[in-house]
Design a protein around this ligand. Structure first.
Ligand code: OSB
Ligand code: MG
Length: 372
């Protein structure tokens, strides 16, 4: 055992969605993302960088992430002989921003370490459940009947909670129709920051639909206006884009900007920081749940392990492989049980098996980096 990273590989991939995904940012038919592979002693750790081709959800893109990894983060790993995710988190912190690039590399180190120790990641993290409750995020559709039909079929598959995307003009009327057809389901809405405080009265009309939560009504850098809205609403606000670190979580908590936190590893720069946020929120009795970025099975397996931690209190945006892709990158594919849960893999590391031939088939670009 050398305890030295021998090689890092980056692969840029493109996978078509089984159904387009539309949010307040627009409609996407496919996903472009980066897989990070880290090799040591014949073991390969896999991570996924959730940055998209376009800077819509955040400023990062697949190009900026590739640049950060190639020119700064991978050289850092080699230069300081880093193999532990906690050490990487600390050292990578000298570089500002770019959490998705950092998070993808850190995930690969977690998988590598889990495999070296022969333990599934949920065990390394201190997880407390063997299956996690699953919800589904339903994008904006061309018509209301199409939306209702889609929701109906997801409910039949067993999903415990439906999240609908809203934006100005696709909001109160839509929630009304969904509630009329499905009076008793767990329902929440996600605006992806498409409103401003001027729209307060529209957002307050959502109160009557008994939403589990209203996610990110205002832009990311606006903790204060979220706090002003939360004061006037009993529906819990949930922050996604706004929560960039445990420090922003603390400020959101102290200002009462939200009552629920969405945790995404990519947005916060890795599992180390995701767990810091989890632990802080747990101490403050602020429940969390695991969001998604339409990951391939590699990123989704990582999310499953994280969502086993005790303060994950709601159904997560972790859905079955076939909800996203015709052919996922892993075996076995992620599947949902009839009671709307997903079993957490029990093999070492991420506990699922990436299919190299499928990665190759979807690859647009690949580069290998070696320790000098
Ligand atoms: O805001 O939660 C979001 C997907 C891409 C970018 C942002 C979001 C989403 C989702 C999909 O809602 C969640 C999933 O991966 O199933
Ligand atoms: Mg969101």
């Amino acid at each position: 055992m050398s305890n030295k990273i021998e090689r890092v590989e980056l692969v840029l991939l493109k996978l078509p969605y089984v159904h387009f995904f539309e949010t307040s940012f627009g409609r996407e038919e496919e996903r472009e993302f980066i897989i990070v592979k880290i090799f040591m002693d014949g073991i390969c750790g896999y991570g996924e960088v959730v940055a998209d081709k376009k800077p819509l959800y955040s400023y990062e893109t697949t190009s900026t992430a590739w640049h950060m990894l190639k020119d700064f983060l991978i050289p850092l790993v080699f230069k300081k002989s880093i193999s532990l995710p906690q050490v990487f988190f600390k050292e990578a912190n000298v570089y500002k921003g770019h959490p998705m690039a950092k998070g993808g590399l850190e995930l690969a180190l977690w998988d590598l370490n889990g495999k070296k120790e022969g333990k599934p990641l949920w065990q390394l993290y201190g997880g407390v459940r063997t299956e996690v409750p699953s919800g589904v995020s339903v994008g904006i559709q061309d018509s209301i009947p199409e939306l209702l039909e889609r929701i109906q079929s997801f409910l039949q598959e067993g999903y415990q909670r439906i999240k609908i995307k809203i934006k100005p003009g696709w909001d109160v009327g839509i929630c009304e129709e969904v509630r009329k057809r499905f009076p008793d389901i767990l329902l929440q809405a996600d605006a992806n920051g498409s409103y401003s405080l001027k729209d307060k009265e529209i957002l307050k009309k959502l109160e009557k639909f008994n939403l589990l939560m209203l996610e990110q009504p205002f832009p990311p850098y606006d903790l204060w206006d979220h706090s002003r809205l939360q004061k006037e609403m009993s529906t819990p606000l949930c922050l996604d884009e706004s929560i960039l670190s445990v420090e922003t979580a603390r400020k959101a908590y102290e200002m009462d900007s939200c009552r629920i936190v969405n945790i995404k590893v990519g947005r916060v720069g890795g599992v180390v920081e995701a767990r810091n946020i989890h632990d802080f929120c747990q101490e403050k009795q602020l429940p969390v749940w695991c969001g998604g970025m339409l990951e391939s099975g590699i990123g989704r397996a990582h999310n499953l392990h994280l969502a086993t931690l005790p303060n994950f209190k709601f159904p997560n945006d972790i859905s079955a492989s076939r909800r996203y892709y015709a052919e996922d990158l892993i075996e076995p594919p992620v599947e949902i049980s009839s009671h709307g849960t997903i079993k957490v893999p029990d093999s070492p590391g991420i506990g699922v098996y990436p299919q190299e031939h499928r990665i190759k088939k979807a690859a647009l670009k690949q580069e290998v980096f070696k320790s000098s």
